[in-house]
Structures are given as C-alpha cells and as structure tokens.
Design a binder for this molecule. Sequence first.
Ligand code: 4AD
Ligand code: MG
Length: 498
Amino acid sequence: MTYIKQLADHQDEIVTLKGWVYNSRSSKGLHFIELRDGSGLCQCIVSVDEVGEEIFEEAGKLKQESSVEITGKVVKDDRSVGGYEIHATDVNIIQIAENYPITPKDHGVEFLMENRHLWLRSQRQWAAMQIRNTIQFSIHQFFQNEGFVRTDAPVFTGNAAEGTTTLFETDYFDEKAYLTQSGQLYGEAMAMAHGKIYTFGPTFRAEKSKTRRHLTEFWMVEPEMAFYDLDMNMDLAESFIRFIVKSVLDKHESELEILERDTTFLKKAASEPFKRISYTEAVEQLKSDQTKELLDTMESDRNEELSSIKKELDEIKKEHGSAKKWRKAQIDQRIKEIHLRIDQVEEDLRNIPVWKKSAANFEWGNDFGGSDETILTMQYDTPILVHRYPAEVKAFYMKRDPEDDKLALALDVLAPEGYGEIVGGSQREEGIDVLKARIAEHGLPEEVFSWYLDLRKYGSVPHSGFGLGIERTVAWICGLSHVRETIPFPRMLGRLRP
Ligand code: 4AD
Ligand code: MG
C-alpha cells in the first residue's frame, strides 16, 4: 500500500492507494475521482478504455466518502493537486457511502459541530489537525533538546491552582476531588527533583461563558525551571514559541495554504525579537489616541468587506443554477467559505464597539480581558511579552516584584493579529511565610497545600515557569477564529457531544 504523500517516490510505477472519495465527476468515458487517504489528496483518472466497462460502471457509483482501493500508474502533473495523478488500472470498492451530510449544502457552524466526527475529514479541518500534531511534536523536540524532563501531573487533584471559580468538582470515594486546572504545582515539585521539567496534559476549567478562546478541556504544556528568574523565563518562552512557529512553517506550507493562512506575521515570529512591554506600558497603550484611531479604521474596513463579500455571494448564487457539476462543487465550497467569513466579519462588527468601550474605560489594576488583548496585539507585528502585572489579579503563588510590591513577576505572551494570550507564567514565591500569607489572602485552605509548602522548607530556590495553551496556539498559527476548530472534539459550555 502506498500513501499519497509518498507518490513523488513512485513516479511512473504502478501503486495501490486506499482511501475515501473526496470528490468525483465524470465526462465521456472518464471518471475523475479525487481521493483522500489521510496523508493528502490525489486525482485518480478512471478511463473506460483502461479498466473496461464493468469496473468503469461500478466506479461511477462512488459517491463522496465511499471507501475504495485504486490501483494505477503514478503520472507527474503539475496542475494536479499534490503534483501527481493516478491513471487507474483497477478500482476495488470497499463500501459505497450513504448520502454524506457535510457537503455540498452550505451549513452553519452548529450543524458542523454536531457532525464534528465527520467534519474532521474536510480539508481545512484536516490541515489544522496536521499542524496541531506538528506543534505537539515540536514542543517535545524543543524541551528534549534543551535537557528538560517530561513529567506527568495528576488529573484528579485535591487543591485549586488557578482560582476557585473554574473548578470542576467530582466525587472521589469519600472525598471531593477537582479536575486539574494546571499541572504547575506538581511541576514545581518535579523541578526540585530534576531541575528542568515540563508537564503536558489535559487541563480543565469550568468556563461559564462562550468565547472564541475558552474551552472547558484544553491541553497545556508547562515547563518549570529551578534557578530561573523572570527574565530567563521570558527568554525561554520566546525561543520556545519561535521554535514551534518555525517547525510549522518548515513543514506545512501546503496545509497553511489550504487554511488560506497569510504567513507574514508567523514569519516575523520565527525571526524577529518579540516586543516586551510592562503591564503599565500596555495600559497606557490601550488608552492612547492611536488605539482609538485603529479601531475606527477597522470598523470602516470591516463594513466595506462585508458589503463586497455579500455582493460576491449574490453573484455566485446566481451562477449556481446554470453551472456545470464540477463548477457547482466549487461554488458550494466558496459559499461555505463566504458564510464562515461573514460570520467572522459580523462578529468583529459586533465586537468593535465593545472593544472601544473596554479600552476607553480600562483602569490600571484591572486584568486584561479578551478585547483588551485583541486591541493590544493588533498594534504589533510580533508576539508581545507583557510582564509585571498587578498582583491582585494574579495567582497566589506568584512572586512579587522586589521593586514594587503591587506587582507580580508575571508574564503573559500575547499572540499577534488579535489572538491574545497563549502563555501565562511567572517567577514563583520561594519564601514560606510569604506564601502562607498569600494562601490565606486568597481564601485557600492551607492544609491541602502542605505538600506544596514543603518545597519551600527543603532547599527552596528561586524558580519560574509558564503554561502554553495548545488550542490557542493552534488557532493563532492556523489563523482560525475560534478554538472549537483546533482540537478534534472540543468541550465547551453546552458542548459535550460528539
Ligand atoms: O494563564 P493560565 O491560567 O496559567 C496557568 O495555568 C499557570 N499555572 C501556567 C504555569 O505557569 N505553569 O493558563 C495558561 C494558558 C493560557 O495562556 C492559555 O493559553 C491556556 O492556558 N488557557 C486556555 N485555553 C483554552 N481554554 C481555556 N479555558 C484556557 N484557560 C487557559
Ligand atoms: Mg492567564
């Protein structure tokens, strides 16, 4: 069996591909079957002269998503998707699919989400999952190259790590347990045993609002390093993100093309130093005239885009009636894309007034909301490292800035183009008395943290770490507007199936 991805190594040979029909059309003694096999797409040409009447007729019954084995000669053809096509000598049907629900009708997002188990086969979804895989692999590569030890944190925990409002509680025999919000506290213990470690696993937060960047179950990678201060932590976060972006750019030109991803900003993230600003500078930026102008311009641009894209929609809908079958398929695809884009633009237009208000009313001491991050990142070409946040809005374990006790030695990385926070981290408090006081201030029960406090009793050292959310990173790199398309089966408020 040969995979489509390997066809370049088999030019002019006879191979057998096994896969699913992505598209098919017929004309005068020929079937053009676009086959997908998980590794790519390939056009297979079935000619009656080559395969004979019987097989030709059978192949004509192949509807979308039917499973099939096609044997034939590999012919180089630059116009063909993937650069090669198959001139079939044999077609062996495995199963004829029922009427496939996903295409060619145009569907709303809710329908697609209900059919996520099938939607995953579509090109854009396929491309995003391929990139997700590379992101995860490159995370391991980076840390393993840097001498980090991968370690696993438990999913059932007895204590909160990131505030008590988003805890999922569950019965654990006679006790209550929580699903982990972060592996960090366990990572700190392992860092005291191994120096530099990272955890990588699913984390859970009962996020009670629907936003484009919140899931209730998401994957997080969390490095933790003994003897690292905030600056070392920021340097690590920057080179780590750069490595991931480079890996995707190196490997996924064609997938990024399928996603119609403009890679200008990704290339900058792969080569230029990230912008570093303090929280206080970021607040000034947010409230500046420059920000106001940017939002005004954006609003008029989006309005223009909306009217032109709606015009295109009207025009191609008219064309649809008289179009040939192959053209109809193209139009259907385009209609689907336009609807998605309209959804996005309309969402922006609903958001812009909210962003304007949020920026104008922002006060020092508040935490940045999604809108504030979006506005900030739209003003820089590279990711931004924002450091030194008001301690009040951050977690109990963060060390205060020795220069200013109101500030925590925290860092967030905000991804450009409006994406916002992909990393949160900090230097940790290493003094036991201060840490006990913080636990009390946050209204947390000290007993459940006794093991964590031990880390400050036995050879406490300055240490730091951060967490990178996989789904938000995939969304940014793939240019997806919502995290629901960044994980095979997203879990969000109101979404537990499929
Ligand atoms: O900023 P957060 O809450 O930081 C922590 O959990 C720290 N304990 C990490 C550490 O220092 N080891 O979350 C880290 C990242 C966010 O920047 C974001 O990318 C992602 O996790 N994240 C979410 N992703 C999707 N849905 C959610 N509800 C998320 N909450 C956080
Ligand atoms: Mg955060």
